[in-house]
Design a protein around this ligand. Structure first.
Ligand code: FE2
Ligand code: FE2
Length: 166
């Protein structure tokens, strides 16, 4: 059993995680379209991670004896100026998600729902990593600039990225 307001907010966040996966797949498509396969792979793995987050919230709602409710996923942005812009948008998306988890944590605190507070802490830690990772990539891409040889090598590294559920 979950407080109704908290349940609605968790359902909204579950749907938002699937939206985030959608948005990263659109970035992957942009990268693949320009034959930036390493960057495309980065976003494909990122999308898997977001689906995993959605599934995690789904399981939690279920474990608490409630029902997950799915809503329509809105169309994400599908065109970008360049690779850097995808990472800047990615960072903005992660910062928005962090704010959402802060709001969720406040709701759980208000209800003194300690199990949900504990559940949400995992996501708060995860968001620190997500924002930091995007900031690092943005710094690297700005430093690389128009140096296509370095960009090529950097991309090769991202091509090897895989997502493992922990
Ligand atoms: Fe997420
Ligand atoms: Fe994320």
């Amino acid at each position: 059993m979950l407080n109704k307001e908290l349940l609605d907010a968790l359902n909204e966040q579950m749907n938002h995680e699937f939206y985030a996966a959608h948005a990263y797949m659109a970035m992957a498509a942009y990268c693949d379209n320009g034959s930036y396969e390493g960057f495309a792979n980065f976003y494909i793995q990122q999308a898997k991670e977001e689906r995993f987050h959605g599934q995690k919230i789904y399981d939690y709602i279920n474990d608490r004896g409630e029902k997950a409710v799915f809503s329509a996923i809105s169309a994400p942005k599908s065109d970008f100026k360049n690779i850097l812009e995808t990472f800047e948008d990615g960072l903005a998306q992660e910062q928005d998600v962090t704010r959402r988890f802060y709001n969720l944590s406040e709701l759980a605190n208000k209800d003194k729902d300690y199990a949900t507070i504990s559940f949400l802490n995992w996501f708060l830690d995860e968001q620190v990593e997500e924002e930091s990772m995007f900031e690092t990539h943005i710094d690297y891409l700005k430093r690389i600039g128009d140096d296509s040889n370095t960009l090529y090598l950097y991309e090769k590294e991202l091509a090897a990225r895989t997502f493992n559920e922990e």
